[in-house]
Design a protein around this ligand. Structure first.
Ligand code: ASP
Length: 217
């Protein structure tokens, strides 16, 4: 399937960085960008829609060598949220920037900006319709496996032994407006520390936040 081809592209993008003596940090960013650009994953183009039929995207990245980290949450206009997370790591006086201020930061940093409907795919519109119809008719039924997955992440170890991790997500279909998941929370959805491990989580974010999953694993 095309989603598998895009996964292979993501691996190649990361590998290209690593095999040219690049950093683990650059490698995980390169891999996640490919998956954000693919319509088949719940990140960037193809991300889940919230209850208001809007996209609010979360992403983070962490350098296991320095424990530096950057993240954005509830952003709406940044084409590649993981690149914005990296810009926060490199250039913001913050670890996590939220909402319109994060969008504005990315724009000032010269990142590619898009209209919110760039992220929308027919599959996500249909998924939201199905979930909302189900709730309206009181059928509390589980989402299909296909609809529950799709958050993207990458971990890498470079030639110097340094680790990095990155995560990017649209959250889940019909999530509450303003809901922020584990993806942009360092220690919950993403963590990397040299000599220990690099982690990017996918699954019900609220549980990962409460259990500090990426750190506590
Ligand atoms: N962990 C993501 C979130 O809660 C969703 C997912 O991985 O499916 O935002």
């Amino acid at each position: 399937s095309e989603s598998r081809l895009h996964l292979a592209d993501a691996l190649r993008a990361g590998w290209r960085v690593l095999s040219a003596d690049g950093s683990a940090l650059d490698a995980v960013q390169a891999a996640v960008v490919v998956l954000e650009d693919s319509p088949h994953f719940n990140a960037g183009h193809g991300a889940a829609l919230n209850e208001a039929s809007e996209h609010e995207l979360d992403a983070s990245i962490m350098d296991g060598a320095s424990l530096a980290a950057g993240a954005v949450c509830a952003v709406r206009r940044i084409r590649n949220p993981v690149i914005a997370a990296r810009a926060v790591l490199d250039r913001a006086q913050a670890v996590l920037l939220a909402g319109t201020a994060a969008d504005d930061f990315a724009e000032r940093q010269g990142l590619a900006m898009v209209q919110p409907d760039y992220f929308t795919t027919q599959r996500r519109v249909e998924a939201l319709r199905v979930v909302q119809a189900r709730m309206a008719s009181g059928i509390a039924q589980q989402s299909s496996e296909a609809e529950k997955h799709g958050t993207v992440g990458a971990v890498a170890r470079d030639i110097h032994g340094h680790l990095a991790a990155a995560t990017s997500t649209g959250g889940f279909n019909n999530k509450p407006s303003g809901r922020v998941g584990d993806g942009p929370i360092i220690g919950a959805g993403t963590y990397a520390k040299d000599g220990a491990c690099a982690v990017s989580c996918t699954g019900q974010g609220e549980i990962f936040i409460r259990r500090v999953a990426a750190y506590g694993l």
